[in-house]
Design a protein around this ligand. Sequence first.
Ligand code: 13P
Ligand code: 13P
Ligand code: MG
Ligand code: MG
Length: 364
Amino acid sequence: MVTVSVIKADVGGFVGHSSMHPDLQTSAREELEVAKQKKILIDYHVSYCGDDVFLIMTHDRGVNDEQVHRTAWETFLKGTEVARKLHLYGAGQDLLSDAFSGNIRGMGPGSAEMEFEERPSEPILVFMGDKTSAGAFNLPLYKMFADPFNTAGLVIAEPLHAGFTFEVHDVVNHQKILFNAPEEIYDMLVFMGSPSRYAVKAVYSRRTGEIGAVSSTDKLSLIAGRYVGKDDPACVVRSQGDFPAVGEVLEPFAMPAIVEGWMRGSHQGPWMPVSLADAHPSRFDGPPRIACIGFQLADGKLVGPQDMFDDPAYEPARRQAAEIADYMRRHGPFEPHRLPLEEMEYTTMPAVAKKHAGRWEPLE
Ligand code: 13P
Ligand code: 13P
Ligand code: MG
Ligand code: MG
């Protein structure tokens, strides 16, 4: 069995929240190389989207392994030191705890991990988001694994025809539920369509029970109880054979869906699919970005990466995202560009409400 662990955090932005300093990636590579030499990891790849560093690691220790999580945590601490030295913005932003206690979950970084028997050919796709939040993968995962207008294989490929099981997490009450697609999609969408509360954690093949996708559902603000940056998420998807083809996995991103997390974590905007070269959100700190790197696994080794959105076929989506961004921006401080009050991560409301508390008069 092989485990793919993607653990990510924002430990400092360059410049502001827009991108990643190369020294921070170098430091992460050095740390993971040590872990590889120590045989904690089989292989690793360090990547980024905007100001978030993504550690893509393979090993044979299963999910939630203490040594792998400690490796990631210490890599982020080293990255924070680099960020402090360079005075990068928000050094250590996503590290909410001082001491590692065995598992990285609940400490700020996001994690998406899956364990499986590697197939003779095992294409995997790692999605990396910035200026968005956990739950943003609900719509694309629905399209990949439940929508025949996206995934032709659901209709015409025998291994996909039995459908998929979705594991949905209630991130507020910390509970989970399994829904079977296609027969339960109407009930499932009642929950999934509200991604700030319900997030798709994993998807399984109903034919084999094999895991096909996993996403990070860690909610920073719920952990910290206050605004501390956005939980820019990761998602890993296995492809081909019993799972959607690579092109079916990527197809949902040809539509720049509206996600939350733009500017101060408090605005909605279109999710623009970009190559790594364009994974540097700058306009109004955005618009939100999604990058994807592909690998073939070879006995746990990561053969790649291939920069999947580095394809002119996504130009119309990028153009449309830029147009939607323009349109949304014209709403300025108004909803639905600004998030509804209860969703905002960043607000002066308590102070302003207090200031004017005595001026409200009852209506006639
Ligand atoms: P500052 O208030 O520290 O400038 O941060 C604003 C911001 O970028 C929030 O993410
Ligand atoms: P990050 O969550 O990517 O750090 O962005 C913070 C922000 O609010 C930028 O405006
Ligand atoms: Mg940041
Ligand atoms: Mg970020």
